[in-house]
Design a protein around this ligand. Structure first.
Ligand code: ZN
Length: 122
């Protein structure tokens, strides 16, 4: 059994547009660098550091973290999870588990969704 992602929707275009608007001064940095304590902590504990610089501050303190959502997940819906946990949860519940991959900068608090997908076991 392995974890597979289906119906992957990229948010790359919205991310690029947001970064362009920020660079052009159309939106304020505080409006997009607003990762709250929970998100920043989840990024460190459930996510992983990526080998690229933050698109806003340039620091190499960028993480990716997965958040899961689903009607049958109960309190687990809306929590950050590592992939082994997502695989276990997806095998337990009899419904698709929505997974949002989110980019989080621990330096400037920039955050943006990268992809949304449906996790399953096959
Ligand atoms: Zn940053």
């Amino acid at each position: 059994m392995s974890l597979v992602y289906r119906h992957v929707v990229s948010h790359r275009w919205e991310r690029a547009r947001t970064l362009r608007q920020l660079k052009a001064g159309h939106i304020r940095r505080e409006a997009v660098c607003d990762a709250d304590f929970l998100l920043r902590t989840a990024a460190a504990y459930h996510g992983y550091r990526v080998e690229r610089a933050c698109p806003v501050c340039g620091e190499e303190d960028l993480y990716e973290v997965r958040w899961i959502y689903g009607d049958k997940l109960g309190k687990r819906s809306g929590t950050a999870r590592q992939e082994d946990e997502i695989a276990r949860i997806a095998s337990e519940v009899d419904e698709p588990v929505t997974v949002h991959l989110v980019e989080v900068c621990r330096s400037c608090w920039w955050n943006h969704i990268l992809t949304a997908a449906v996790a399953g076991i096959e």
